[in-house]
Write a protein that binds this ligand. Sequence first.
Ligand code: NAG
Ligand code: NAG
Ligand code: NAG
Ligand code: NAG
Ligand code: NAG
Ligand code: NAG
Ligand code: NAG
Ligand code: NAG
Length: 731
Amino acid sequence: MGKFGALLFHFFFTIFILTSSFSCEATDEERKASSSAYIVYMGALPDGEYTPSTHHFSLLQSVIQGSSIEDYLIRSYERSFNGFAAKLTDQERQELASMEEIVSVFPSEIYQTQTTRSWDFMGLHETIDRRLSVESDTIVGVIDTGIWPELESFSDEGFGPPPKKWKGACDGGTNFTCNNKIIGARSYLEFPSNSESVRDDVGHGSHTASTAAGNHAKDVSFYGLAEGTARGGVPSARIAAYKVCEPDGCFSHSILAAFDDAIADGVDIITISIGHTGAEGFDLDTIAIGSFHAMVKGILTVNSAGNSGPALGTVASLAPWLMTVAASSIDRRIVTKVSLGNRTTFIGSSVNSFKLNETKFPLVHGRNASAQCSESEARRLVKGRIVMCDGVTGIKEAFRAGALGTISVDGIYSDASFIYPLPAVALNSTDYAAVMSYLSSTDNPRATVLKSEAIIDSAAPIVVSFSSRGPNVISPDILKPDISAPGVDILASYSPICPPSFSSEDKRRVNYTIMSGTSMSCPHVAGAAAYVKTFHPEWSPSAIKSSLMTTALVMNNNKDSNKEFDHGSGHVNPIKAINPGLVYESSEVDYIAFLCSIGYNDKKVKIISGDNSSCPKSSDARSPRHLNYPAITTRVRPGKPFTVSFPRRVTNVGNKSSTYTAIIFPESKELDIKVTPSVLSFKSVGEEKSFEVIVKGSGLSQNSIVSTSLVWSDGTHNVRSPIVLHSLNVR
Ligand SMILES: *[C@@H]1O[C@H](CO)[C@@H](O)[C@H](O)[C@H]1NC(C)=O
Ligand SMILES: *[C@@H]1O[C@H](CO)[C@@H](O)[C@H](O)[C@H]1NC(C)=O
Ligand SMILES: *[C@@H]1O[C@H](CO)[C@@H](O)[C@H](O)[C@H]1NC(C)=O
Ligand SMILES: *[C@@H]1O[C@H](CO)[C@@H](O)[C@H](O)[C@H]1NC(C)=O
Ligand SMILES: *[C@@H]1O[C@H](CO)[C@@H](O)[C@H](O)[C@H]1NC(C)=O
Ligand SMILES: *[C@@H]1O[C@H](CO)[C@@H](O)[C@H](O)[C@H]1NC(C)=O
Ligand SMILES: *[C@@H]1O[C@H](CO)[C@@H](O)[C@H](O)[C@H]1NC(C)=O
Ligand SMILES: *[C@@H]1O[C@H](CO)[C@@H](O)[C@H](O)[C@H]1NC(C)=O
């Protein structure tokens, strides 16, 4: 993918285990060389008198031979759950892992960070009904690269003091001041020398924070592109910034520390546009662990699905208590035209703020410049010319060699536009080949790259190719991703010290920039969730999640798509979500039963929950399909007849007395679906009713995905859950 992969905000790190960076006594040299950072997870905090750090210290002391334990303890988790991060040898890791009170021990890894028009596109217009006083008591916790507090999006004009429930701190470090909009700031960098403050030196955190909860910023644009008022989903809400990423990536033990604080600080929603590739068990995954304890405290965590698509089974955010977000297009696309010497014009993607003169410049093929030439020869060949680059990697080289502009092939990123340090455009392979044929057909090939323009994309929303896809490779009975939201060409705040193309040679500096990724779609759903919460402050995380999923706009399910494994329940629709009619709720007890159903024993769930929780005795309840999820999915063996049942419960949150009828829509040739009972009559708000969905079929062909949906309708509300069965062979 090359250097420009950074445009998608994946840091270039393969999994890398932190090696010792602490200094300590020479006697421990050997140990130092063979130790690495691990997270020791110990579940919920015990009730009553308990000093976590003392306990952590003594556990370490019991396995580490020698002195200076403090050199090996990286961090204690002690506010919202129990555990610590430490430098351990393999033997020490094994000893700890075998202890009764320890759930899991796993290596700390490097995770990667993965708007004007977008909120209108989702139907959340500026003039909509808002609960402003509740909104201003709502706190969105942003776990990311920090924040740039002076930007207009974070202005606290008209804001009162922080809500009374706020227990956090403004610990932003050097030259960082909070205000009544940004009420909290904490930093967890492994290498604090990278930055001494929560100030965003990457740009990603300011972008996500402003998308979720930014204040109105009028007349902003990227050099005139995507012009308008930028705002978050809940412009009056407060922001607490937790900086866990340094320019090279985000350590998972830092992410866990941010969860530990955010939960105890009293945030209402957590948005985290960070992830890793490769799925892991829920007790080995910091985001799953942190968000579990957040859920117990009534906080919904919204997480990006990842940018590893379009292959199936690539989504790595898999826990059922997380809300996992895919990225889709909005009706505004940023495109760039190339005009050739023969007056033909092609349309490609890029965000190009540069204006070349009307004149057309000589066009050369990059291979000539780099393959067999010396560096000086290459320079001579590309200087003052438009260079054609077969791959995106060539763009930076061409730029360094003095090219005036580049034309490249868009590859898998065809459906989003990225910023380059020079006039550049990415064409699809057909158009690129046409330009190549023009180049070789004339003695004096010429071309120019025009400034980008915004066009209307009537096909939107469509999930972008890079968005990570389901199915869930850990729990095939839990649909992932859960939902889709805008993640293409999104304008939002940026760090004014960072080049918008992420290329150090780029001298431009901006307060607002255009980015694409599931990192951008995640805070849209976090903003929507916060918006729903302002109408229903008492709702559980699962009720908020259910309301967003069951009211989502139905998305394209044609036979070429991966159906719900692309987009989950559909495209987020915040206005509808405030009045869903019915919700599918799951509480801690349900999630514990779910963990039991996937192999956790009584002992483990007791530690995780910190109470007398135990696994249900009846074998009946021991299927992950029994989790009251607002979507229905499972894997079946290809070619074999199947009958699968999914028990579910819904809670009435609409009118006091209402009657809902089950509808299966659209009709499915492959699936025979029975819902019993098929009519649910409610007499009061908060009343819960159970039903069962039985899905039968005579066998799916190999590697197929079939889907339909269950809609509970009372004539006003249509409570929709996708039903997805597949016979894919992933993992
Ligand atoms: C960017 O924001 C700063 C305040 O942080 C402001 O002083 C500056 O004028 C803004 N720059 C642009 C180009 O709008
Ligand atoms: C604080 O940071 C801002 C933004 O980078 C900068 O303009 C200002 O000079 C800094 N102040 C000090 C005292 O370092
Ligand atoms: C565009 O034209 C102006 C003057 O006509 C010149 O100074 C400038 O260098 C030209 N730019 C490019 C990219 O050729
Ligand atoms: C590549 O360079 C050679 C000589 O340097 C030239 O003859 C040829 O036309 C060039 N090809 C392209 C596609 O520019
Ligand atoms: C490339 O785009 C053109 C329109 O500009 C379209 O006609 C063509 O089918 C596209 N080719 C591919 C491979 O997508
Ligand atoms: C210009 O060249 C392109 C690429 O070979 C070709 O598709 C197009 O038809 C040409 N236009 C004219 C007006 O000849
Ligand atoms: C756990 O304890 C509480 C109170 O002590 C009790 O109400 C509850 O029924 C117990 N739950 C289980 C699963 O034993
Ligand atoms: C109650 O029902 C009416 C119509 O029957 C509907 O317009 C309204 O939205 C419902 N209220 C709620 C809270 O669902």
